[in-house]
Write a protein that binds this ligand. Structure first.
Ligand SMILES: Nc1ncnc2c1ncn2[C@@H]1O[C@H](COP(=O)(O)OP(=O)(O)OP(=O)(O)O)[C@@H](O)[C@H]1O
Length: 556
C-alpha cells in the first residue's frame, strides 16, 4: 500500500525534525505578534526603557527565528520528501520490470508515465502539503489556545471554536466536493499525458489520414475539463481560506468584547488586551494552510490509488516469479529444450503457439520461418521468459525453466531485435548497455565484429559520437548492426535474432546474418528470418504455421 508508513521507514527522525521545525516557525510567527502587541501597548505607557528590553529582544529573536526556522523546515522536509519519492519510484520501476513486457499494456503508455511522474509527486505532497501544515497547525493552535485561555478563558474558548470551525469543520463539510474536484484533476492530467503521448507518436499518420485536427480538438476538450476541474478545486480552497479568515475575525471579535469587559472590571491588565486581540490574527496563515491541506489530501489520495494499482500489480507479478538458480553450467554450454510447449498472450482467446518441440544444443544454428503472425516472435518471447507457457515444458540442461528466477534465466540469452532502441547517448554507451561492466576495448571489438569499424572511423567523435534522440542520427542498417554489436558484447550461450535484417539491403543483410551465425562452437543461434537464402546457412529449419510446427519444411 502506498502510504507514508512503509515509505517513511528509516526517515522518521528527519520527518519529526521537519515537523518540529515547522511548528517552531509557526510558533515564532504567533509569538512575534503576541510580544509585539504587548510591546506596543506597554510602550504607550512610557515605562523606563529597561522594562521593554526583554520584549524588544524577543521581537527580534522571533522575527529572525520565524524566517530561519521556516527555511530549515523546508530544507529538511523536502529532503525527506525527495528521499521518499526516490524510494517509491524505485519500487514502481522494480514492479514494472517484473510485469514487463506482457503486463505493461495494462496501462496506456502516457497514463503509466503520468502515474510514475505526477502521481508520485502528489504523494510527496502528502508529506509537504498535508501532514506538515496539519501537524504544525495542531501544535501552534493548541499553544495559542492555551496562551489566550490562561490570559482570559473566554478568549481561549473563542479561539478554540474558531480553529475547530476553520480547520476541522469546513474541510469536513466540503470534503465530498473537494474529493470530486481533485479526482477530476488527477483524471484529466492522466488523460492529457496519454493523448499527448499518442499524438506525438502518431503525428505523421494522423496528418496523412486527416485526423490531426480532430485529435487536437479532443485534446482541447480534455484541457478544458482539466481547467474546469482545477477551477472547482481552487473555488473550494478559496472558500476554505475565506472562512478561515472569517473564523479568525470572529475570534478577534470575541477577544475584543471579552477582553474590553475584563479590562473594565480589572480582571485583565490593559497591556494584555492587544495580545488577546492580535494573536488570533497571527494564526490566519497557519489555519489557511490546513484548508489547502484538505484539498491536497484528496488529490494525493486519488494519486495514491493510481500508484497503488501499479505497485500491487508489480508485487503480485513478483510474488509469482520463481526463485530457483540456474543449474551449474556445462563446459560445452547449456542445452535448452522445449517439449510440447504452448503459450498464449494476455487477453487472447487461443494459444499463439502450441505443440512446439525444439532442442537447442551448443553451436547449433536454427532458422525459424513462417508467415506473418505464425508465432515466430511469440516463440522468442517464450524463450526469453516474457510469456508464460500454458502447456508443455521448457528446460535448461534438464532443469525446468518454471523453477528458475527469470532474471537468471535471461542471462542465457543474447537478443538481437528488429528495431533496437537507441538511447540519446554515445555509440559506445549504447552498445555497452548489453554488458555494463565491459571495458572500452571489448565494446570496440563488438563494434568491429558487427562490421561497424568503417562507419565509426567516419564519425566526428568516433565511438564517442552521440546518436541523437531515439538514435535519430543513425541509419536503419547502422541501428541493426548496433543491435548485433550488443548481442556480440553480451556474449550469451544462446543468441536470439528476430528478423535482424528486415530493413536492410541484400549486401548488408548478408553481412549481418553472417556475423550473427558465426557464433563459434559454444553459442547456439536461433534466427527468425523471411529470407529463403538463410536456410542454406543453418543446421536446421523450424517452420511455423498458425503457431504449430510444420514437417517437412515447405520449400520456396
Ligand atoms: N504482444 C502481443 N500481445 C497480444 N498478442 C500478440 C502479441 N504479439 C503477438 N501476438 C499475437 O500472437 C500471434 C503470433 O504473432 P507473432 O508476432 O508471434 O507472429 P510472427 O510470426 O512473429 O509475425 P511477424 O512475422 O509479422 O513478426 C498473432 O496472432 C499475434 O496477433
Amino acid at each position: 500500500m502506498v502510504t507514508g508508513r512503509p515509505l517513511l521507514q528509516g526517515h522518521r527522525a528527519r520527518w519529526v525534525l521537519a515537523v518540529v521545525l515547522g511548528a517552531l516557525a509557526s510558533a515564532c510567527a504567533v509569538a512575534l505578534m503576541a510580544v509585539s502587541a504587548w510591546l506596543i501597548s506597554r510602550a504607550a505607557q512610557h515605562p523606563p526603557v529597561l522594562y521593554l528590553m526583554v520584549a524588544v529582544v524577543g521581537v527580534r529573536a522571533f522575527g529572525i527565528g520565524r524566517g530561519v526556522l521556516r527555511y530549515l523546515e523546508r530544507l529538511v522536509s523536502h529532503d525527506v520528501a525527495f528521499r521518499l519519492l526516490a524510494r517509491l519510484r524505485q519500487r514502481l520501476v522494480a514492479g514494472l520490470a517484473d510485469l514487463a513486457p506482457t503486463g505493461l499494456p495494462l496501462w496506456r503508455r502516457g497514463d503509466l508515465l503520468s502515474r510514475l511522474v505526477s502521481d508520485v509527486d502528489d504523494i510527496g505532497d502528502r508529506f509537504l502539503r498535508v501532514w506538515l501544515p496539519v501537524a504544525g497547525a495542531a501544535v501552534v493552535g493548541a499553544a495559542a489556545v492555551l496562551l489566550l485561555g490562561s490570559l482570559l478563558p473566554t478568549a481561549g474558548i473563542g479561539l478554540a471554536v474558531a480553529l475547530l470551525v476553520a480547520a476541522v469543520l469546513v474541510p469536513l463539510l466540503d470534503d465530498r466536493r473537494t474529493a470530486r474536484a481533485e479526482r477530476a484533476v488527477v483524471r484529466a492530467r492522466s488523460q492529457r499525458a496519454e493523448r499527448v503521448g499518442l499524438l506525438l507518436e502518431e503525428t505523421t499518420d494522423l496528418v496523412l489520414r486527416g485526423e490531426y485536427d480532430d485529435r487536437i480538438a479532443d485534446l482541447d476538450r480534455i484541457e478544458r475539463d482539466a481547467v474546469g476541474a482545477q477551477r472547482a478545486s481552487a473555488r473550494s480552497a478559496g472558500l476554505s481560506a475565506g472562512i478561515a479568515v472569517l473564523a479568525m475575525g470572529g475570534a478577534v471579535l470575541v477577544s475584543v468584547i471579552a477582553g474590553t469587559a475584563a479590562v473594565t472590571t480589572g480582571d485583565l491588565a490593559p497591556v494584555l488586551l492587544a495580545v488577546l486581540v492580535l494573536t488570533p490574527l497571527a494564526l490566519v496563515e497557519t489555519v489557511q494552510a490546513v484548508g489547502t491541506a484538505a484539498a491536497a489530501a484528496r488529490r494525493t489520495a486519488a494519486a495514491g490509488d493510481r500508484v497503488r494499482e501499479v505497485l500491487e500489480a508489480g508485487e503480485a507479478a513478483a510474488a509469482e516469479l520463481p526463485t530457483g538458480d540456474l543449474p551449474e553450467s556445462r563446459p560445452d554450454g547449456p542445452v535448452i529444450e522445449l517439449a510440447g510447449v504452448a503459450a498464449r498472450w494476455p487477453g487472447a482467446d487461443r494459444d499463439a503457439v502450441s505443440g512446439i518441440d525444439l532442442v537447442l544444443r551448443p553451436g547449433e544454428r536454427v532458422l525459424v520461418t513462417g508467415e506473418s503472425g505464425s508465432g515466430k516472435s511469440t516463440l522468442i518471447a517464450v524463450l526469453l521468459g516474457f510469456l508464460q507457457i500454458t502447456a508443455g515444458r521448457m528446460t535448461v540442461d534438464g532443469h525446468d525453466a518454471a523453477d528458475i528466477d527469470p532474471e537468471q534465466w535471461r542471462t542465457l540469452f543474447g537478443w538481437c531485435e528488429q528495431q533496437a532502441h537507441l538511447f540519446d547517448t554515445s555509440v559506445l554507451e549504447n552498445v555497452r548497455l548489453a554488458r555494463p561492466t565491459a571495458g572500452d576495448d571489448e565494446v570496440r571489438r563488438a563494434l568491429d565484429g558487427a562490421g561497424l569499424a568503417g562507419w565509426i572511423d567516419g564519425l566526428p567523435a568516433g565511438a564517442a559520437t552521440m546518436v541523437g534522440e531515439h538514435g535519430a542520427a543513425v541509419s536503419g542498417g547502422e541501428r541493426q548492426r548496433l543491435s548485433v554489436a550488443r548481442a556480440l558484447l553480451a556474449d550469451r550461450p544462446l543468441l536470439l535474432a528476430d528478423e535482424p535484417t528486415a530493413h536492410l539491403d541484400r549486401a548488408t543483410a548478408d553481412a549481418v546474418t553472417g556475423v550473427l551465425l558465426d557464433g563459434g562452437p559454444r553459442r547456439a543461434v536461433l534466427l527468425v528470418s523471411h529470407r529463403p537464402e538463410d536456410g542454406e546457412l543453418v543446421d536446421r529449419v523450424l517452420h511455423l504455421d498458425h503457431g504449430r510446427m510444420v514437417h517437412p519444411v515447405p520449400t520456396g
